[in-house]
Design a protein around this ligand. Structure first.
Ligand code: UDP
Length: 192
């Protein structure tokens, strides 16, 4: 995709439909991909934390997750078509994973939240294969990493909030040719 840079962050110029189609292709081809859905807080934080900016810049796709980014691009006279949020992307990927019996690993949120997420997934997306899950309050991630390495999930969702989730993905994504995505507070929203 072409990109539009807002405050040092290059956002993909794509609609939700175009972006999702690309991800579906990537999943079919078992590509190793890192997705950042960057909201204005992430952009502002990256401005002040260059290590984090460099981590975000290793992503394959950075999407505009907030109306502030869309407005910024418009002011720069390089408009972006629409918001592409972490939550909507996650839901679309759950649906695709269900339709294609894909393997999913889920990391993040409080234990009761991840339990609720797992329950809701088994009810609403029964063909999605959950190969592992862990809450986001771990000290040692070796079991998590061993599982991801052994199971080679198609999708890895990490909901530990920024900047942690992006740093963790950037450090570990070599373990599996998956679509890796930081989803912030999306597990809490999905659990309801
Ligand atoms: N979280 C976590 N581990 C931590 C800190 C936070 O799993 O050490 C979870 C938290 O329970 C919540 C999510 O990360 O589910 C963070 O959500 P928030 O809305 O604060 O993050 P953002 O969307 O702003 O990145």
């Amino acid at each position: 995709f072409p990109t539009v840079t807002v405050l040092g962050v290059p956002f993909i110029k794509a609609t939700n439909a175009q972006f999702l189609n690309q991800l579906y292709q990537d999943l079919k081809q078992h590509k190793n991909r890192f997705v950042v859905t960057a909201n204005p807080e992430i952009v502002m934080y990256a401005r002040d934390h260059h290590d984090y900016l460099n981590t975000v810049l290793t992503a394959d796709y950075i999407t505009p997750d907030g109306i502030g980014i869309i407005q910024g691009a418009k002011i720069l006279k390089q408009p972006l078509p629409e918001r592409v949020t972490g939550y909507d992307t996650m839901l679309a990927l759950f649906k695709f994973a269900n339709a294609h019996h894909l393997k999913v690993y889920l990391l993040g949120a409080k234990p009761e939240v991840i339990h609720a997420v797992l329950h809701k997934l088994t009810v609403e997306y029964p063909h999605l294969e959950i190969v592992g899950a862990h809450d986001g309050y771990f000290k040692d991630d070796s079991d998590i990493l061993n599982t991801i390495h052994a199971k080679q999930p198609d999708l890895v969702f990490v909901a530990t909030g920024f900047p942690k989730q992006e740093e963790w993905i950037a450090r570990n994504r070599y373990l599996s040719d998956s679509v890796w995505m930081g989803v912030g507070g999306s597990f809490d929203v999905f659990a309801g």
